[in-house]
Ligand binder design. Structure first.
Ligand SMILES: [Zn+2]
Ligand SMILES: [Zn+2]
Length: 331
């Protein structure tokens, strides 16, 4: 099979490898699509020991297995099912999940990957393959974050900082959950425009005097974190979805002199999957807008360059469409 090797400094090599053999408790999955993620930019920059790619949908190719032939998504944490957190339903926080698919274990920028059975999430027939990966990081993580805030804030105005894939996913989720208006800040005019197309109120700057009961930080940038903590209203909630290795915030008066809640969403429990499917069904046109390019393995390096420059929203590696049909799709 072919798979991608991330060499660092933006270089991706496509190489041949033997088809992996699924050990007991795992299945072989033929990859149909794998969405690019902002977190993949780290392997792209630094190189990576295994094939990355963690927003995977594929078809199970394990004759005799109950899921043989089914389309399935891949849940990232390899959860154990018996620790206290798993038993409490918090499978994404499993104490024994040392391996994450596409991080410590080989991921989806390949023609096939082996997947532990408990990480298979069956895709309903009415959900098209190219939209299915949005159910994971894009909608799943954002929806889990908003669910954490439920009980603390009622649907109303919200602010989203950053209109990358996570921010736009958060916008879709907030609208579906009844938040209105949803203002979306991004310095990138293209992304801001898309936020407007999707029904958000695009902001070229955050008003330092404005206060919001709910703020979602979706950029991982220091300036946005600072703005999130200042812009949250008293008794409001900040939800952190963006990631960064190190960050620095100045505790200004606008932060110090109020009570507020701070939540971080890391992925979602498997128990929320059905509700996330319902969100996707209800917001299908918006979800279609996010998937703005689909390329075969040979196009992955160029696509990552475009993605890293902020020219793409939520593009994907697609192994179900012949390359000839895709020539126009990358422009
Ligand atoms: Zn991701
Ligand atoms: Zn566990």
């Amino acid at each position: 099979m072919k798979h991608a090797i991330f060499r660092g400094e933006g270089r991706i090599e496509i190489a041949e490898a033997p088809l992996p053999c699924a050990p007991a408790g795992e299945v072989l999955l033929r990859v149909l699509a794998c969405s690019l993620c902002g977190s993949d930019l780290r392997p792209l920059r630094n190189g990576w020991p295994v094939t990355p790619g963690h927003e995977i949908v594929g078809r199970v190719d394990q004759p005799g297995h109950a899921r043989h032939g089914q389309r399935c998504l891949v849940y990232i944490p390899v959860w154990c099912g018996h620790c206290a957190l798993c038993r409490g339903g918090h499978t994404h926080l499993c104490e024994n999940a040392t391996d994450l698919m596409g991080w410590q274990r080989a991921g989806g920028y390949a023609e096939a990957v082996t997947v532990p059975e408990q990480c298979l999430l069956p895709v309903p027939d009415d959900v098209p393959t190219h939209l299915a990966p949005l159910l994971l990081d894009t909608l799943g993580t954002a929806a889990h974050g908003v669910r954490l805030a439920q009980g603390l804030v009622r649907p109303g105005p919200a602010l989203v900082l950053g209109a990358g894939p996570i921010g736009l996913g958060a916008l879709i989720v907030l609208q579906q959950m009844g938040f209105d208006p949803v203002e979306v800040f991004d310095p990138n005019g293209f992304r801001r425009g898309v936020a407007g197309e999707l029904g958000g109120v695009p902001l070229a700057a955050v008003d330092p005097k404005a206060r919001y009961p709910l703020v979602l930080e979706c950029s991982g940038k220091d300036a946005a974190r600072q703005a999130a903590l200042e812009a949250v209203a008293a008794r409001g909630v900040v939800i952190q979805l963006g990631e960064a290795d190190a960050w620095q915030v100045l505790e200004t008066k606008a932060i110090r002199r109020k009570d507020f809640f701070y939540a971080r969403s890391f992925y979602f429990p498997v128990g929320e999957y059905e509700a996330n499917v319902a969100l996707l069904r209800a917001a299908r046109p918006q979800c279609e807008r996010l998937v703005d390019a689909r390329v075969p393995l040979a196009g992955l390096e160029v696509l990552f360059g475009e993605f890293a420059r902020g020219e793409r929203l939520k593009p994907q590696l697609s192994l179900e469409v012949p390359p000839s049909a895709l020539a126009g799709a990358t422009r």
